[in-house]
Ligand binder design. Structure first.
Ligand code: PLZ
Length: 442
């Protein structure tokens, strides 16, 4: 089936009902071939994307405030990524790093050692997805400490594989019916300032007391935490929470694993969100923004930890595939050359005041850092989550040609994750559409 446009528009443009007729026909076809368990936020079929815009088969053009869930930080077709990928794909697509290595893998690991927080000696291993990398970070921590327990938090999201389902907090749709889950995972409360009203040190004390009493510090291999929680609701912990946890880990020989799959690569206005409070994780997990959409993920951490795993203990057929490594090098080059970490901060500086100025008592909390922003909706005058309202606001935005995503344990959060390279006028226009959608929906 061919798209009915050859030259995509250079601005937001809605020419049909959403989804349009060609997308609707593709939806029908999809329902006969693709598992109903795999869903799409917006059932429109994309033909091309760049410059912060997505173009669909019906000639509609959307402003992208989702970046494919925080992946296309450098845009959807950044020249440095495209050129390096093309060059690599023409030379060879795969050898398997465990069989015959290539330089790109080493170069990505060097870049990770350089970019991630802390100047300790570091090593990395590369994988295909965020979940796979989180699993491997846990393997590293267990092998290095000889301990088994893993501590995770309320509202955490770490993936959909068996071990990471156990680490993830929310049942439906991630875990429900998929047990049994991996043992030796312990969940404690985190820091959710809007809902718990506690300071960072208070939240940390509460979590650490539970760990001490219910597990025992000397049994804990790792604490796994998103420095800003993603799927759980874009929850920024209160100041002091992360440093207190990290210090406790250091004192007790526990591996502090920062899951920066969603927050990494400039997203929050720092290369990595941990930097905001000067926290240096023992191990950091990255994916998504690392390679602008090609499947790549990494576990980076203290050399003594990563090297504690016996030879052959980490790996996989595709981990650190040469084409994905080429994309990562192009993505990192683009973030550096175009100063996209600063651009992320600028997005936050522009967007936050506009979101905070929205005149409605259904907005419980506006929060975020850099280009990782959220609005949490509640029933007027309460803290009761309003997921239904959020669904309507998101749908109104989609129909008007702006891709916004939702998140949150209660499904009541609109999140904004634009490409860091999003042109200022598209940011402005998208925010206007969102503001109008909120005003009409309440
Ligand atoms: N850790 C912090 O955000 C992926 C999941 C979307 P994968 N988040 C998007 C969905 O519904 O599946 C994520 C994350 C954090 C780990 C992961 C997992 O990364 O690359 O999706 O496996």
């Amino acid at each position: 089936m061919l798209a009915n446009v050859s030259v995509p528009a250079s601005h937001r443009q809605v020419r049909t009902a959403i989804p349009g007729p060609i997308s609707s026909a593709l939806q029908q076809r999809r329902s006969r071939a693709v598992s109903a368990a795999v869903t799409s936020t917006l059932p429109v079929y994309i033909t091309s994307a760049d410059g912060g815009l997505l173009h669909d088969v019906d000639g509609n053009t959307y402003i992208d405030f989702g970046s494919g869930i925080a992946v296309t930080n450098v845009g959807h077709a950044a020249p440095a990524v495209v050129d390096r990928v093309k060059d690599q794909v023409e030379r060879f697509t795969h050898t398997c790093f465990m069989i015959a290595p290539y330089e790109g893998y080493v170069e990505v690991c060097e870049a990770l050692a350089d970019l991630t927080p802390g100047d300790q000696e570091k090593r990395s291993a590369l994988f295909n997805s965020g979940a796979e990398a989180v699993e491997n970070a846990v393997k590293v921590a267990r092998a290095a400490t000889g301990r088994q327990a893993v501590v995770v938090f309320d509202h955490a999201y770490h993936g959909r594989t068996n071990l990471t389902m156990a680490l993830t907090s929310k049942s439906v749709p991630y875990k429900h019916g998929f047990g049994p889950f991996a043992p030796e995972i312990y969940r404690v409360s985190g820091s959710y300032p809007f809902r718990d009203g506690l300071t960072g040190p208070e939240s940390a004390a509460q979590a650490l007391d539970r760990i001490d009493k219910q597990i025992g510090a000397d049994q804990v291999a790792a604490v796994v935490i998103e420095p800003v929680q993603g799927e759980g609701g874009f929850i920024e912990p209160a100041p002091g929470f992360l440093p207190a946890l990290s210090q406790w880990c250091t004192r007790n020989g526990v591996v502090f694993i920062a899951d920066e799959v969603q927050t990494g690569f400039g997203r929050t206005g720092d290369w990595f969100a941990c930097e905001y409070e000067g926290v240096v994780p023992d191990v950091i997990v990255t994916a998504k923004g690392i390679a602008a959409g090609l499947p790549l993920a990494a576990v980076t951490g203290r050399a003594d930890l990563l090297d504690a795993v016996p030879p052959g203990g980490l790996g996989g057929t595709y981990g650190g595939n040469p084409v994905a490594c080429a994309a990562a090098l192009g993505s990192i080059e683009t973030i550096r050359d175009q100063k996209l970490v600063v651009a992320a901060r600028r997005i936050g500086t522009i967007a936050l005041p506009r979101l905070r100025a929205l005149p409605t008592d259904t907005i419980g909390h506006v929060r975020g850092r850099g280009a990782m922003l959220a609005v949490e909706f509640v029933k007027p005058g309460t803290r009761e989550p309003d997921a239904e309202l959020v669904r309507r606001i998101a749908k109104t935005c989609h129909d008007a040609g702006v891709v916004v995503l939702t998140c949150g344990t209660y499904g009541n959060v609109i999140r904004l994750l634009p490409p860091l390279s999003l042109p200022a006028e598209l940011l402005d226009e998208g925010l206007t559409v969102l503001a109008d959608a909120i005003r009409t929906a309440v």
